[in-house]
Design a protein around this ligand. Structure first.
Ligand code: SAH
Length: 345
């Protein structure tokens, strides 16, 4: 074992096939391995009984199958589970499992920390420590699935954990391709949602790609003056540019964009805001997700009172828009939106 071993979890199927070629094996071995890793979630080469013993010994010298290590699990009274995961270099990230209406959604991270410093998000207080590699993004899904009980399986994936996915586009793109490959985990892109704080160049890249995942945009303000204050990324790509990129986003039939809107008391929750929002989104096939602000002592804002959230929602409804209020999940274990900062409880 003189050389570094390649982590199979982060490789696309054609790369695994090429690797097999380099080891003097037929390409179909690549498919077998890919299937073992992503469909069977094998951790150990000894399980791969359709490969000869001698080949398995050779493989062990060249490849590894890794997972982030789960170091803590917390369970909320509402059934949400939060996982603290340790990466191979000792950094920590968090992932969350959210059961809901027969679905089980995995909320996974794309960066250790986040550089965007949105005023209402705890992850922003960490700053960016580093990007995750594809194997660490896919590895979160595998590690969570490993922990499930019989008969439970992850049905949906949201890239809404720590980090800004579009600031790590190459690795996110790779991870999504691996997860959606039908010869592996076979996730449908329609069951995956990528959420961005409004990285316009990234939105254009996603629009030009054939990934086919759902896009959610965290808008959270209707004027540049306010958005500049609460989401510094707005100084780079103001609202008009962001909305323009959203309008240009090619949506398949019957699919819609999602706009997330965190409701902050006295900041972005007025009737005028609701009306401006209607104007901004005019003609875009979309739904709006109003998110009650999850407060913590480390963040300056307060949550909008429930009546105001509902009044805001009514204005959107009356204008013919679909708007839902996201029920906060996992607040008691700091697993809710904007509360992930990878701290041991
Ligand atoms: N960086 C991406 C994905 C991570 S945040 C993005 O910004 O979209 C996932 C969602 O949680 C975003 O819509 C964000 O606006 C929201 N959020 C962040 N902090 C929150 C908080 N304290 N309370 C409620 N929602 C929050």
């Amino acid at each position: 074992m003189s050389r570094d071993r390649v982590d199979l979890v982060g490789l696309l199927l054609p790369e695994v096939e090429t690797l097999m070629g380099e080891l003097g094996q037929p390409r179909y071995r690549g498919r077998q391995l890919f299937h073992w890793v992503h469909a069977c979630r094998a951790l150990d080469m000894n399980q791969m009984t359709d490969l000869s013993k001698t080949f398995r010994v050779i493989l062990k010298d060249h490849i590894s199958i890794s997972r982030p290590e789960i170091t803590q699990v917390q369970r909320s009274s509402d059934g949400t589970r939060k996982f603290l995961l340790r990466l191979s270099d000792g950094e920590d990230i968090e992932s969350v499992l959210i059961p809901d209406d027969g679905r089980l959604t995995a909320c996974i991270s794309t960066q250790v920390g986040c550089p965007l410093a949105c005023r209402f998000c705890l992850t922003g207080l960490m700053g960016l420590r580093r990007n995750l590699v594809a194997g660490e993004i896919v590895g979160q899904v595998l590690a969570l699935q490993d922990r499930l009980e019989q008969g439970e399986w992850i049905s949906n994936i949201v890239l809404m954990g720590m980090g800004e996915p579009l600031l790590n586009f190459p690795q996110v793109d790779r991870a999504l391709r691996i997860l959606c490959d039908e010869r592996g985990a076979n996730f449908s892109p329609r069951r995956i949602t990528l959420s961005t704080a409004g990285h316009v160049v990234g939105i254009r890249k996603l629009a030009a790609s054939d990934l086919g995942v759902n896009l959610a945009v965290s808008l959270t303000a209707t004027t540049d003056a306010v958005r500049d204050q609460i989401m510094p990324i707005n100084r780079r790509w103001p609202i008009a540019e962001l909305i323009k990129a959203c309008r240009a986003y090619p949506l398949p039939n019957r699919r819609r964009l999602t706009f997330e809107y965190v409701m902050l008391d006295g900041v972005n929750d007025s009737r005028q805001d609701a009306k401006r929002l209607v104007g901004l989104l005019h003609g875009i096939r979309c739904k709006i997700n109003l998110i009650p602000f999850n407060t913590t002592p480390d963040l300056p804002d307060r949550a909008s009172p429930r009546e105001r959230v509902e009044a805001f929602q009514r204005i959107l409804h009356d204008a013919g828009l679909t708007a839902t209020i996201r029920e906060s999940r996992g607040w008691d274990i700091s697993a809710a939106c904007g509360m992930l900062r990878a701290e041991k409880a």
